[in-house]
Design a protein. Sequence first.
Length: 126
Amino acid sequence: MSKVVEGLCYSEDHEWVKAEGDVAVIGISDFAQKELGDITYADLPGEGDEFAAGDEFGALESVKASSELLCPVSGVVVEVNADLEDSPEKINEDAYGAWIIKVRMSDPSELEALMDAQAYKEFTEK
């Protein structure tokens, strides 16, 4: 059983979002990191890059697969977790502690389209 953290929003693409005011902290779920296996490389965007909800903002590569990262909300990247460039395995160690990017949201109401923890649990059990 994968860990699901209460209080976060989740996308159908297995990204999680923690809203901190108008900034969205974004990572991938425990379910996603388990599906990927040992993550060996993180392709990350740059600060100042702008994405619409659903846009690809990077990718994670593992021994099993490569997976696109899709931005669950629209906005501008204000911070990138640079630790992941040298140590992408931190996502496997703690999927909810190893955030990937922080985005200043242009439309915080987009969070309403995401799942809460209970809905995400049910989604991953299907």
